[in-house]
Design a protein around this ligand. Sequence first.
Ligand code: ZN
Length: 137
Amino acid sequence: MDVVDRVTRSRMMSGIRGKDTKPELAVRRFLHAHGYRFRLHRRDLPGKQDIVLPRLKVCIFVHGCFWHRHTGCKYAVLPKTRVDFWTEKLESNADRDRKVMQELGSNGWCVFTVWECELKNPEEALCTLLERLKTLE
Ligand SMILES: [Zn+2]
């Protein structure tokens, strides 16, 4: 059974793509409030990072669970129709993500992924992120 109802699904699909989606903004606002200065994207690095902390050499990706195939996540359930199409499309997204993270890692960057579902409980997700950043200071 699809745990995500149709309305939620269409909201997830329409809202996640593109720049300055709400989850990204929430993470940016939080980091800014904690004194972190960052850039949104570095063209000289692989992938489209959502947040780059040059001083700490950290890239943060804020990923929509559906588009980026969050493993085991209820929001990453495939649609019931056009299964082949979605499987291929979403798997290629996930492949690209893995490649980007590998490349960043081999260039000495630390990569953190914040999943959209984690931001449903923002305080916990953002505190975890903050703790991880502090270990790099
Ligand atoms: Zn998720």
